[in-house]
Design a protein around this ligand. Structure first.
Ligand SMILES: NC(=O)c1ccc[n+]([C@@H]2O[C@H](COP(=O)([O-])OP(=O)(O)OC[C@H]3O[C@@H](n4cnc5c(N)ncnc54)[C@H](O)[C@@H]3O)[C@@H](O)[C@H]2O)c1
Length: 448
């Protein structure tokens, strides 16, 4: 998009008058109330319930989970907000199918363990229920195609709930990219660098446990570190830079090569844990996940992206973003915000990025700052859940769609294959089957 066009669009968006097709469609259904159900009401599912119960024009008639504690905690949320208690579906792993069949839902949010995502997305789309699915990496290329093909066959939409795309600094940098501050883009970095050791081993009281009988994500997430070596959680790092690089909309990801360090940090953690020690059986297991997994991804427009996965080591949280073009670059994260723009910054010196980020604060953030307070993850979850509900109400395609879900999730099996083959380059499928050449950027350009 030309700079002038973007500035025009983003400034009208700020006054609420953007004339995108999505908005026109959206306005036409302004009074419609929609019914949203939830599959998986663990920690993340309850974040969504909490946000969505606060939005106008929504009813939440049903929830589904197999853990009584998750159901009870969700019911408490409904009570706290004085909302009618939802009908509960909790009888077995496929109880969600009964909910889809009986509840006449308009939309459903899926926030279950990764292995369930594709099955539940496909069943929901087949049932004609607009899907919002939590993030994960896929297990095979085929399942990503299945998502796309189910959407195309059923006509049901799927929104990929990659919340970091809505982070305030991410949206400001997106604004800067579109205003040409960095010039033609060359290179981006991102990742998921999050010390999850106490999440991977947790019996609910800080003790060392994983698998059935453990607590929270330790029940299901840890097993992936035991059995898989790859970029297991690609989307928080890659989703935001994908919007900046117009992936699936004028550009696409073409190939990936991945390498992993050895796996030593979980063993070290277990050995030094008060409930562990040198002879603890967990320390003797053959943990497959390399402590730092690094992938290089190429795009059709000649850019590279370095993606990092690091969830076993002691370290402060970071998504490690860098966006670089022919005119300068920015490194930004919760801890680091530095920028260099040729002709504006002192030559060869980093500049603190705050002034730039404030100046380019996204119109959506300016408009909804107050509503976003307390929505989770610094407010970005408000924008995500609002975009989902409003897309369901208007019956329009989401701004992060099934093609985005497919290409972001396929990174995981491709990185696993690459590591197995000593870093061999893997082709990334074009899930749009050539439509990326015509599809126009939409994320951050309209009301959602
Ligand atoms: N975007 C974010 O910021 C963010 C944050 C946390 C988690 N997540 C993602 O959200 C998803 C859920 O994570 P979580 O932290 O809530 O995990 P969790 O373990 O707290 O919750 C998962 C829930 O799914 C339920 N479940 C399992 N199988 C089920 C089935 N067949 N039918 C119905 N319910 C079933 C479990 O009982 C559990 O309550 C994961 O994909 C995770 O990666 C995203």
């Amino acid at each position: 998009m030309k700079r002038r066009e973007f500035v025009k669009q983003s400034s009208v968006a700020a006054t609420g008058l953007a004339l995108s097709p999505a908005l026109l469609h959206h306005r036409s259904s302004v009074e419609k109330t929609v019914k949203i159900g939830f599959i998986g009401t663990g920690l993340r599912g309850r974040n969504h319930i909490n946000n969505i119960l606060d939005l106008p024009h929504v009813e939440c008639p049903a929830i589904c989970d197999i853990a009584p504690a998750a159901i009870a905690a969700s019911q408490e949320l409904f009570q706290k907000k004085n909302r009618p208690l939802p009908k509960v579906y909790d009888q077995g792993d496929y109880a969600y199918r009964e909910m889809l069949e009986k509840e006449a839902l308009d939309g459903v949010i899926i926030a279950t363990p990764w292995r369930w995502h594709t099955r539940m997305c496909i069943d929901s789309m087949e049932a004609g229920v607009y899907v919002g699915t939590e993030v994960s990496g896929a297990f095979s290329i085929e399942e990503c195609w299945e998502l796309v093909e189910t959407h195309e066959r059923s006509g049901t939409h799927l929104m990929f709930l990659e919340n970091v795309c809505y982070r305030r600094d991410v949206m400001a940098v997106l604004n800067m990219v579109r205003d040409g501050i960095f010039g033609e883009l060359l290179h981006c970095r991102g990742g998921y660098l999050h010390d999850l050791r106490q999440i991977k081993f947790n019996d609910g009281e800080g003790g060392l446990a994983y698998g059935s009988g453990a607590w929270g994500e330790a029940v299901w997430r840890t097993e992936h570190s035991l059995r898989r070596n790859g970029e297991l959680y690609p989307t928080h790092g890659l989703g935001p830079v994908a919007t900046m690089l117009d992936i699936n909309r004028g550009n696409r990801l073409t190939s990936i090569s991945s390498f992993a360090t050895k796996s030593a940090s979980l063993q070290h953690f277990i050995k030094n844990h008060p409930d562990g020690g040198p002879d603890h059986p967990y320390g003797k297991q053959n943990w497959q996940l390399g402590d730092v997994v690094t992938s290089t991804i190429n795009t059709a427009q000649g850019q590279t992206i370095i993606l990092t996965h690091d969830t076993n080591t002691p370290r402060p949280y970071s998504l490690g973003f860098r966006v670089q073009g022919v005119q300068g670059l920015i490194d930004f994260d919760y801890g680091t915000r530095r920028i260099y723009v040729e002709g504006k910054s002192d030559p060869h010196r980093w500049e603190e990025a705050k002034t730039w980020l404030d100046q380019y604060d996204h119109p959506l953030w300016r408009r909804f700052e107050q509503e976003a307070v307390g929505a989770g993850h610094g407010g970005m979850d408000f924008f995500l859940d609002r975009a989902f509900v409003e897309s369901v109400r208007a019956g329009i395609a989401p701004v992060l769609d099934v093609y985005d879900a497919a290409v972001l999730r396929v990174i995981t099996p491709l990185s696993e294959a690459s590591i197995r083959q000593g870093g061999q380059v893997q082709d990334i499928p074009d899930f749009t089957r050539g439509k990326w050449l015509q599809r126009q950027p939409i994320f951050g350009l309209g009301e959602l």
